[in-house]
Design a protein. Structure first.
Length: 399
């Protein structure tokens, strides 16, 4: 298949490009250190041979990524599963999900799609702010990632958004690949998962026809990702205090790398993915003649609802809801031991935060917010939980 050259700066590597890329990353000193850490007893020559035996990106994912992810699941979680009953493994979709972990949200999805019988994985949207090192940029493009260009001027941003949209349409329609993209730019640091209409506007720049027709060509599936524990929760809380206390504070590439490593190496408890139904049929019920902003807002709200009502909640989520409002309204969903264990967990996470003038009370609220918001949004989205909805307005969460 001939891929238009206009996509070259952002697309994943094609199979014929892989041998040269393998040689390039294998020669990188830092990547050699990564390999030595991951495969301490395997000679470099054997890894190089195994890598060059991977003739496609999917071969690489099956040979290297899948076993690595399986080890993570075994060592650092209580299991990772997906409910894909609402989708067809023979079709191709654009998965729009909430965003918790920089690396693992899409990586686990790749693994889980193979587990349930998909013939391929996903092409992954990844921000270029995370690709400051050459070997990382090469590795993610081997792993079927395409680049989201950020920090551009308005005219350049418009051009880049259109090219990315056209590439996503090309990946679905011509390459017959799935696509994963987060519902917003960056992770929701407070776990209040809301779709940015700008993401949908970008997606509708490609394709043909009306906005509704263009979005239907992408076969969007809202995807709810539920981690019991987020290893990066204390880093997100730390970021809140730094943004509050340090004028003009900005994250660095080192901060992003720390989040990636902590997310990968940290304990996650249970991990659950649930696919809502593809929104194609629902889109046929939407008034496509309404003002564009209202149209995108309505579609974003529908995706939010589908994500929120498909979370899997854990005792820590309900305990956090009660802790943040100083009640025991939800105690039927956790035991006294769950509550006490979560208190100890919060204390331990706060102790990991090493900054000047550490504000423990503020940081505790930030941590609680991250675990309470999924429960708050789930209750609000689920009709069967109506008896709790009147209580939600009392909650004061970090925005």
């Amino acid at each position: 298949m001939k891929i238009p050259s206009e996509f070259d700066p952002i697309r994943p590597f094609e199979p014929e490009e892989l041998p040269a890329v393998y040689d390039r990353i294998l020669a990188d000193k830092q990547f050699q250190q990564v390999l030595a850490y991951l495969y301490p007893d395997v000679p470099k020559e054997a890894l190089a041979q195994k890598m060059h035996a991977c003739k496609t990106n999917l071969d690489f994912q099956k040979a290297f990524c899948y076993p690595f992810l399986q080890r993570l699941v075994t060592k650092l979680s209580l299991g990772c599963s997906i409910d894909a009953v609402n989708i067809n493994t023979r079709n191709r979709y654009t998965f729009v999900s909430n965003h918790r972990d920089i690396v693992l949200d899409s990586a686990f999805l790749d693994k889980l799609l193979l587990d349930v019988g998909f013939a391929t994985t996903c092409e992954i949207a990844i921000g270029d702010n995370l690709l400051s090192q050459d070997w990382v940029r090469d590795l993610v493009r081997i792993n079927k990632s395409f680049t989201v260009e950020r920090a551009l001027h308005s005219v350049e941003m418009l051009r880049a958004s259109k090219r990315m949209s056209e590439y996503i349409h090309f990946a679905i329609a011509e390459k017959k690949e799935n696509v994963w993209i987060a519902q917003r730019q960056g992770r929701a640091k407070n776990s209040n998962d809301l779709t940015q209409p700008a993401i949908l506007k970008m997606m509708a720049m490609g394709g043909e026809g009306t906005v509704i027709e263009r979005l239907k060509q992408l076969h969007i599936v809202p995807l709810a990702i539920s981690y019991e524990y987020d290893p990066c929760d204390y880093l997100k809380a730390r970021e809140y205090q730094l943004r509050r206390d340090v004028p003009f504070w900005k994250k660095t590439a080192e901060d992003d790398m720390e989040s990636m490593l902590v997310g990968i190496k940290g304990y996650k408890g249970h991990i659950f993915y649930k696919c809502a139904s593809c929104i194609d049929e629902w889109l046929d019920t939407v008034d496509g003649e309404q003002p564009k902003n209202k149209l995108f807002d309505e579609i974003a709200a529908h995706i939010d609802h589908e994500i929120h009502c498909n979370y899997r909640l854990y005792p820590v989520n309900y305990a956090a809801l009660d802790m943040i409002q100083d009640t025991r309204v939800y105690e039927e969903y956790y035991t006294p031991e769950d509550y006490q264990d979560f208190e100890h967990y919060l204390e331990g996470q706060i102790e990991k935060i090493d900054i000047e003038n550490r504000d423990d009370k503020f940081l505790r609220t930030c941590l609680l917010t991250q675990y309470a918001y999924p429960a708050k949004n789930y209750i609000a989205a689920s009709p069967e939980n109506g008896r709790f909805k009147s209580l939600l307005n009392r909650l004061t969460f970090k925005k």
